[in-house]
Design a protein around this ligand. Sequence first.
Ligand code: ADP
Ligand code: MG
Length: 352
Amino acid sequence: MIEEQDYLAKQNLHKLSDIGEFGWIDFLKQNQGNLHDFVKEGIGDDAAVLTFPESSKVVWSSDMLVEGIHFDLSYTPLKYLGYKSIAVNVSDICAMYSTPIAVLVSIAVSNRFSIEALNELYQGINLACEEYKISLIGGDTTSSRAGLMISISIIGYNDTNDIVKRSGASVNDLVCVTGDLGAAYAGLQLLQREKKVFEENPTVQPDLSSFEYVVGRQLRPTAKLGLINILKEKGLIPSAMIDISDGLGSELHHLCKANNFGAKIFSDRLPIDFQTKSVAELFYTDVEQYAIYGGEDYELLFTVNPKYFEEIKSIEEISIIGYTVNEELGIVIETKEGDEIEIKNSGWDSFI
Ligand code: ADP
Ligand code: MG
């Protein structure tokens, strides 16, 4: 205990016990931001209170981030981590074709964590809450002896009865993805390499300036709420949808399993950024492996009735990458040479 106090005091930093329980709740209240219309009570009472329009459905999910498993503090700025922890939760609500409203954020922190560090974390949380127009309405705070843990519960709603599930698609539907694939994994490769270099020689300064996009995709992914709103405005309701957290291959398997069908994907249709290609070259890897098996892109994978082909094609951020097929045909990718290769059911964790 004394050791930790010394450690923080030496750097002129403050620990949670310096501000006490009331100080901490005041700090959290300052971070609450604007309350969503549905929120009647936010931080400060025993529980938050919300009201929903009568006809709406409540959509509720949670996602947890654990130090050493989901993030590495040696190269992850806390502000980005705060942002990412909210974005990955919003992404799950988006994947249900629904609108996020509020989050409960529970954290377990070691005594070595200063108030100043927590402030950075909450700056990122705030930024994401503002961006996605959601409220921080409460949470819990406890100490940890095994690193930082962030557990978030997100609540959203859907009042038009058009929730999109993983199931609901038909054979011959178009298979679509938003944005581009493999970038977050490319960013991770670079960050892990730089960490190794730094550990071997701390005087070497990393230069990632030509890879800002992919590093940003790893450290600060965004949820595709804007695109959900575009689809809603156009009245385009996907037949099935999932967000890409573990990689296209893994999510395709989830979708196909939920619908009892297969899928045929075309490798030349996979949206891949040029920086992702450069990183794959640097690591002597086929960039399609990044796009299929690299995780954490938080793009959306969805199927849609082919009658929407022209409309979907006209949306710049969406790529049609293939179509659904009968189950017996499996889940395959057609290469540029015309060969068919099975897409395996593995995500980023087993790929590494
Ligand atoms: P209780 O003892 O009833 O669990 P707490 O002292 O844990 O109450 O929390 C007081 C208030 O602060 C509650 O409104 C709670 O939701 C909120 N809160 C506690 N920790 C966090 C956190 N890490 N992030 C956001 N809100 C929090
Ligand atoms: Mg509590």
